[in-house]
Design a protein around this ligand. Structure first.
Ligand code: ADP
Ligand code: MG
Length: 465
């Protein structure tokens, strides 16, 4: 009985500190919008970098030719080639390969990482078949998707601001990542030009627009989280160059670094942040994205084990290990709909090392997954709502004109595979928008849009275009 009371007390406290009532979400959206505006003004204290991407035109559908893309994100990187056939034939043929990054390379040196990538790209190029056509005398071209914050200096150059998502590599911050990659390709004897350097959000936006001309923003929910959207060039005070002819500029918000007193930060978040590779940074990302959700659940379960003997008199030693509980496992536990929560029981046995958990313990575990996933999904929805507000697409126009159709492209393993997360996000967004505005809003999975998107941007910025 005493144990039950203690369990209830911890759960009650978790529910309270991780709660995201709709009114709070609205406040968070507003705080995000003001940070976006500060970032666009170039205020050095702004938390959102609101990076200028040098992408002032998105794909039109006319792109043609053979292009490569390389996507360096979190845990995997992908290489891709695509034969584009212009307006009529569109994507004629496409091939890709996925390579996982050996963990030691994520914390090694810049040269080791780029050599590894260039070698994989080089062997991929070697497998190019006869159904891909490179016109005589032309150099192969590549769109490089690099999902870390970069200070872009042109469409095909930019310096790394910082590593995130568990990467910590010496000698890359401040370096031009395109020239790092190009030098590595040269060392491999690979003759290829990097024609576009894009963030994955920008790639997803480009890929999304190619599929649907009403796409105005792209959100990544994978290992980390980020968003990009199409801004009016004249709403970017810090842009001092010529106004692009399109009147538009894609902005990479780097919203993962958003921080606000309004964010429901619990003791678990604070402790995880404190022990992370980048304490004090990427606070919004740490509450939302796939790298962290499972770890937050682990920390709560550990508290329940310590304070309320959830798993018996001894705290399971495995539960003490940071990051043992990965978000895909959390997702599998959360989705267990069997009457005896069998999947969940097996996961607890495999991961935490406790066999024979009671049904009650399993229910509690699932409830914790639910609280943590729901908070992440609702916070992500508040972010999307903020972007729609910034774009003036959050409500029906007051001048009586019809509500324009608005499409948001979403990608990332978390959004794609964690059904309860994605459906909570969509329901929350609909709730924030209200019935009328949400009826013209579409959230679309842009599966691997970022790879295709980078290839499309390489095409439109080709040296031969
Ligand atoms: P990245 O963000 O590294 O470029 P992805 O977009 O493929 O790569 O996202 C991978 C991340 O998505 C994983 O780190 C994990 O956190 C999350 N993820 C993958 N599969 C699942 C799943 N089944 N359930 C929940 N999260 C998942
Ligand atoms: Mg990615």
């Amino acid at each position: 009985v005493d144990r039950k009371r203690k369990v209830a007390a911890v759960i009650e406290e978790v529910e309270r500190t991780l709660a995201t009532p709709t009114a709070l979400l609205r406040g968070i959206s507003d705080a995000l919008v003001s940070e976006m505006e500060r970032g666009l003004r170039g205020d050095i204290h702004s938390q959102l970098k609101m990076l200028i991407t040098y992408v002032d035109n998105l794909p039109t559908g006319d792109e043609h030719g053979l292009f490569y893309a390389l996507d360096l994100g979190g845990t995997n990187f992908r290489v891709l080639r695509v034969q584009l056939g212009g307006r009529e034939k569109r994507v004629v043929k496409q091939q890709y390969e996925e390579v996982s990054i050996p963990p030691h390379l994520m914390v090694g040196t810049s040269m080791e990482l780029f050599d590894f990538i260039a070698a994989a790209l080089s062997s991929f190029v070697d497998t190019e078949g006869a159904d891909f056509h490179l016109p005589e005398g032309r150099q192969r071209e590549l769109g490089f998707t690099f999902s870390f914050p970069v200070n872009q200096t042109s469409i095909s150059s930019g310096t790394l601001i910082k590593w995130t998502k568990g990467f910590s590599i010496s000698g890359t911050v401040g370096a031009d990542v395109v020239s790092e990659l190009s030098k590595a390709m040269e060392r491999q004897g690979l003759d290829m030009k990097v024609s576009a350097l894009v963030n994955d959000t920008v790639g997803t936006l480009a890929g999304g627009r190619y599929m649907d001309s009403d796409v105005v923003a792209a959100i990544i929910l994978g290992t980390g989280t980020n968003a990009a959207y199409v801004e009016h060039a004249n709403a970017i005070p810090k842009w001092t160059g010529l106004l692009p002819r399109s009147g538009n500029m894609v902005i990479n918000t780097e919203w993962g670094s958003f921080k606000s007193d309004k964010l429901p930060l619990s003791e678990y978040d604070k402790a995880m942040d404190f022990e992370s590779l980048n304490p004090g940074e990427q606070i919004y990302e740490k509450m939302i994205s796939g790298m962290y959700l499972g770890e937050i659940v682990r920390r709560i379960l550990l508290k329940l084990a310590h304070d309320a003997s959830l798993f018996g008199d001894v705290v399971p030693p495995k539960l003490e290990q940071p990051f043992v509980l990965r978000t895909p496992d959390m997702s599998a536990m959360h989705h267990d709909a069997s009457h005896d929560l069998k999947v969940l029981g097996t996961k607890l046995k495999d991961i935490v090392g406790v066999a024979d958990t009671s049904l009650e313990v399993r229910y509690i575990t699932r409830h914790i997954c639910d609280i943590v996933a729901e908070r992440g999904a609702r916070l992500a929805a508040a972010g999307i709502y903020g972007i729609l507000k910034k774009l003036g697409r959050d409500k029906v126009p007051s001048d009586g004109s019809p509500m324009p159709r608005t499409v948001i492209a979403l990608d990332g393993g978390l959004y794609e595979h964690y059904k309860k997360f994605s459906s909570c996000l969509e329901a929350t967004l609909a709730d924030l928008l209200g019935e009328e505005a949400s009826s013209s809003m579409v959230a679309k999975l842009a599966n691997d849009g970022s790879g295709i998107g980078a290839a499309l941007l390489a095409a439109s910025h080709s040296q031969y275009a």
